[in-house]
Design a protein around this ligand. Structure first.
Ligand SMILES: Cc1ncc(COP(=O)(O)O)c(C=O)c1O
Length: 338
């Protein structure tokens, strides 16, 4: 293993010892195998390549204050991947197998879990693909489940930094009865072009509205929308076409624990500048404060331009406190890998 400068890690793929791999054939999953090579030999007619039978997940393993390494709520990722598998007619990965796969691959790569205090973590990426050959449009008869890992640095090096977001009315992410609520790879392919447009215009994130009316807020391309109202309520989006974020679910529970009222409801875009604080939330970034949103040349202020509002800061510290073992894990969210 080459030495790693833990303090300069970003969010990029770094090779590790191995990944874990399982194959589903004739109705059953194989035993998982730890594989050193990061390459996959795949049939040229695999359904993942032609018809998008591909689903993924993203979670993190943290080295806690007491030295132990734990995964954050892997059972929730297992449930969500099973939901994606059902929607895309792929073989489901049973929850116990999913969690065991994550534990085994993290254990085999413990040297790559960033030390406590660096703010880093081991990013865990489960992937399920149709690997069987199929030339007509139909589900594959073979599936491959992989979990790969790679160390990542803290998203923010010097405290939370606010970003601005852009609404691109010419693009939608997910149709009302489409696949926005599941983590199918194609959802991300279609978001790349608008994402590049937003980046070119100087916006690190884009905010999607509902595809039918362009009236309601849906979510950001890789994170959920949340806001704190002027009277201190945590508000988040209820929509059939957004991904149910595990970070959002956890933050809602933490908010309730802290006595903050929580509302999950449709949020009209016209409400955007009435909030005291706005953020994007997800595994990679935890919480990203959003200080302004632009739509059709009009700028809407949504929070402080530098740093982060007080409620978001409190929620950020609380969730990271649990993940790094600085605070009691009262809900039993951390799953030790040993
Ligand atoms: C579209 C989308 N929304 C929200 C999220 C955040 O979900 P989670 O908190 O489970 O990472 C993600 C990341 O997985 C995403 O891709």
């Amino acid at each position: 293993m080459k030495p790693i400068d833990w303090n300069s890690l970003g969010f990029a793929f770094l090779d590790t010892n191995c990944h874990i791999r399982y194959v589903w054939k004739d109705g059953a999953w194989s035993d998982g195998e730890l594989v050193e090579s990061p390459y996959l030999n795949i049939h040229i007619a695999a359904t993942a390549l032609h018809y998008g039978q591909a689903a993924f997940e993203g979670l993190k393993a943290f080295r806690r204050k007491d030295g132990n390494v734990s995964l954050f709520r892997p059972q929730e990722n297992a449930k969500r991947m099973a939901m994606t598998a059902r929607r895309t007619c792929m073989a489901e990965v049973p929850e116990a197998m999913f969690v065991d796969a994550c534990k085994r691959v993290v254990k085999a790569n413990l040297d790559y879990v960033p030390p406590y205090g660096t703010g880093g973590s081991l990013y865990v990426r489960p992937l399920l693909i149709g690997s069987g050959a199929q030339i007509g449009v139909a589900p594959a008869d073979e599936y491959t489940f992989i979990v790969l890992v790679t160390p990542v640095g803290p998203y923010y090096k010097g405290g939370l930094q606010a970003v601005k977001a852009l609404v691109l009315d010419d693009y939608d992410r997910a149709a009302p009865q489409g696949t926005g609520h599941v983590k199918v790879a194609g959802n991300y392919a279609v978001s790349l072009y608008p994402h590049m447009q937003a980046q070119k215009a100087g916006y690190p994130v884009e905010l999607y509205l509902d595809a039918k009316e362009h009236k309601w807020i849906d979510e950001f391309s890789t994170s959920n929308f949340l806001a704190i109202t002027k009277d201190g309520t945590y508000v988040t989006v209820k929509s059939p076409s957004i991904l149910p974020s595990i970070t959002n679910m956890s933050l809602q529970q933490i908010a309730k624990d802290l006595g903050i009222p929580v509302e999950s409801r449709p949020i009209a875009f016209e409400e955007i500048s009435e909030f005291a604080e706005v953020a994007a939330c997800g595994t990679a970034v935890v919480i990203t404060p959003v200080y302004q949103v632009e739509r059709a040349g009009k700028v809407y202020k949504t929070g402080p331009e530098t740093g982060c509002g007080p409620v978001l800061e409190k929620l950020y510290q609380a969730v990271q406190g649990i993940q790094y073992g600085q605070q009691p894990d009262t809900h039993g969210w951390n799953v030790d890998v040993d």
